[in-house]
Design a protein around this ligand. Structure first.
Ligand code: ATP
Ligand code: MG
Length: 437
C-alpha cells in the first residue's frame, strides 16, 4: 500500500504537550527556572556560584524540554504509522475494490481487490486518471457526477440508479455496484469509491427475468389453447348438438300429433319427451355459454359483458349495475376481449362465492387509448391474507392475463367497503386490424 496514499485516508493528531506528565514536568521546570532567575535578579551578579547554577539549570531545563518534545514527536509519529499500517491492512484485505481519487480525479489509492478486479497493478493505477477505468461513453457524465457530488456536501451515497459499467485494463467491461464518499476541504477533496463486481448477480437476474418471461409466454399459450378448445367445444355443443336436439324435438312434436287420435298414452309420452328435449336444449345452451359465449366472437365484448352481468344477477340474486362507456368496444382484438371477459367472469364468480354482497357494480370504458374496467361489491371485503392464498388461482390468472397484454390489475378493499377489482389495458396495437384507436 502506498504510504503517501494512506495519508489521505487518515488524520492522526500528534498528542504533544497534551499528555498530563509532559504538562506537569514542563510546569515544574518553568516554575523552578523562574524562582532561580528571580533569585539571581534580586541578589545581583555578586554570586558567581549562583550565576553558574542558573546557567546550568537553564541549560538542563531547555535540554529536558527538548528531549521530552522530541520523544513525544517520535511516539506520535509511531502511533500515526501504526494506525496507518492498520488501516492499510484493512483497506488492502477488503473484498471490495477501493479507489480514492483526488480533486483532479487522479487515483491516489488502489487496493488489492481493485488490482484483481481491474486486472491492473497498483503502480500503474496510482496517479492515472479515474477515467482509465470507466468506459469511454460514460466518462464525461461520470466526471460531472463526481464533481456534482463534491458540491452537494453529502458525505456518502450509492452511485447510479441503474447498472454502472467499469472498464478493465484489458479493455473488457463489467457491471458494478458502487458507493462514493468524500473527505477534505474544497480544492483538496478526496473521493473514495467502494465497488463490487456484480457480473454474476446480473447474469442471474437476467436469467431469472428471461425465465419469468418464458413462463409468462407459456402461460399465455396455455390460456390461449384452453380458450380455443373451449370455443370449439362451445360451438359444437351449440351448433351440432343444438341442431340435432331441435330436429329431435320437431320429430317428437310430429309423433305426438300423429298419436293424439290413436293412443293418448303414447301421445302424452311423446310430449313429455319433447319437454325433456327442451330442457336438454336449455342445458346445452347454458353449458356452451359457460364454456365461452359465442356472442363474444359474434357480437363483441359489450354484448357478451351485458349478458354475463344479467346471467350473474339472475343466478346469484345479487343486484348488479352495469355501466358501459365507449362505442369502439367491438373493435377490440380477440386477445383483449377474451381477457376482459374472463377477468369480469372471475370477478363476478368471486363475488357470488365469497363476498356475501347484496349489490355490485361493473364499469367498462374505453378511455385515453386504453380499456378500463372495475368490478366492485358491497360485501365483506378482501383481506391481505386472501390476496396471498397460495392455492387460489382466480386472482393470479386475472393478473397474468392483464399483465400479458401490458396492463395492470389491482384488487383491493373498496372505499365504501367490499372489494374492488380495477384493471387497465393499453390498446396500442390491440384493436382488430383496420380499426381506429
Ligand atoms: N369479491 C370478494 N369478496 C371477498 N373475498 C374475496 C372476493 N374475491 C376474492 N376473495 C377472496 O380472495 C381469495 C382468492 O380469490 P381467487 O379467485 O384467487 O381464489 P378462489 O376464488 O378461492 O379459487 P379459484 O382458484 O377457484 O378462483 C378467495 O378465496 C376469497 O377468500
Ligand atoms: Mg376465484
Amino acid at each position: 500500500m502506498d504510504r503517501a496514499a494512506n495519508k489521505n485516508l487518515i488524520s492522526v493528531k500528534p498528542r504533544l504537550f497534551r499528555h498530563p506528565a509532559v504538562i506537569a514536568a514542563g510546569s515544574a521546570a518553568v516554575a523552578a527556572l523562574l524562582v532561580l532567575n528571580v533569585t539571581a535578579f534580586v541578589r545581583g551578579m555578586d554570586s558567581p556560584w549562583l550565576l553558574a547554577s542558573l546557567i546550568i539549570a537553564d541549560i538542563l531545563v531547555v535540554a529536558a524540554g527538548t528531549l521530552v518534545a522530541a520523544r513525544e514527536v517520535l511516539v506520535a509519529d509511531e502511533r500515526t504509522e501504526a494506525s496507518q499500517a492498520r488501516l492499510a491492512a484493512i483497506v488492502d484485505s477488503a473484498m471490495d475494490a477501493i479507489i480514492t481519487v483526488d480533486a483532479a480525479q487522479d487515483i491516489v489509492l488502489f487496493n488489492g481487490a481493485a488490482e484483481q478486479m481491474f486486472r491492473c497493478r497498483r503502480q500503474e493505477a496510482l496517479g492515472a486518471p479515474l477515467d482509465r477505468f470507466i468506459p469511454q461513453r460514460f466518462r464525461a457524465g461520470h466526471r460531472g457526477h463526481i464533481e456534482h457530488f463534491g458540491n452537494t456536501g453529502v458525505t456518502s451515497r450509492r452511485m447510479g440508479v441503474s447498472t454502472l459499467w467499469a472498464l478493465r485494463a484489458d479493455g473488457s467491461e463489467f457491471p458494478i455496484e458502487a458507493s462514493i464518499s468524500q473527505a477534505g476541504e474544497p480544492g483538496h477533496r478526496y473521493y473514495t469509491v467502494i465497488l463490487r463486481d456484480v457480473t454474476l448477480r446480473k447474469a442471474n437476474e437476467d436469467a431469472l427475468k428471461r425465465h419469468q418471461q418464458e413462463l409468462r409466454e407459456l402461460s399465455a399459450q396455455v390460456l390461449e389453447a384452453r380458450e380455443d378448445e373451449k370455443t370449439r367445444i362451445a360451438r359444437e355443443l351449440h351448433d351440432e348438438l343444438g341442431q340435432l336436439l331441435t330436429a329431435l324435438k320437431m320429430d317428437l312434436a310430429w309423433l305426438a300429433e300423429r298419436l293424439a287420435g290413436h293412443d293418448a298414452e303414447l301421445a302424452a309420452k311423446a310430449r313429455a319427451m319433447g319437454a325433456m328435449v327442451d330442457q336438454t336444449v336449455a342445458s346445452t345452451r347454458r353449458i356452451s355459454a359457460d364454456l365461452r359465449p359465442l356472442m363474444l366472437d359474434d357480437l363483441g365484448l359489450a354484448d357478451a359483458a351485458g349478458w354475463l352481468v344479467d346471467d350473474f344477477a339472475k343466478r346469484s340474486g345479487i343486484r348488479c349495475d352495469f355501466q358501459l362507456n365507449g362505442a369502439a368496444l367491438d373493435d377490440l382484438s380477440k386477445a383483449v376481449s377474451t381477457a376482459v371477459y374472463r377477468v369480469l367472469q372471475e370477478s363476478l364468480t368471486n363475488i357470488a362465492r365469497h363476498s356475501g354482497a347484496k349489490n355490485s357494480w361493473v364499469m367498462l370504458a374505453l378511455e385515453n387509448g386504453s380499456i378500463q374496467f372495475e368490478v366492485e361489491d358491497d360485501g365483506r371485503g378482501i383481506s391481505p391474507e386472501d390476496l396471498a392464498k397460495a392455492r387460489s388461482l382466480g386472482l393470479k390468472g386475472m393478473r397474468e392475463r392483464v399483465a400479458h397484454l401490458g396492463g395492470a390489475l389491482e384488487v383491493a378493499r373498496a372505499p365504501r367497503g367490499g372489494t374492488r377489482v380495477r384493471a387497465r389495458i393499453p390498446l396500442h396495437g390491440m384493436l382488430k386490424e383496420g380499426a381506429e384507436p
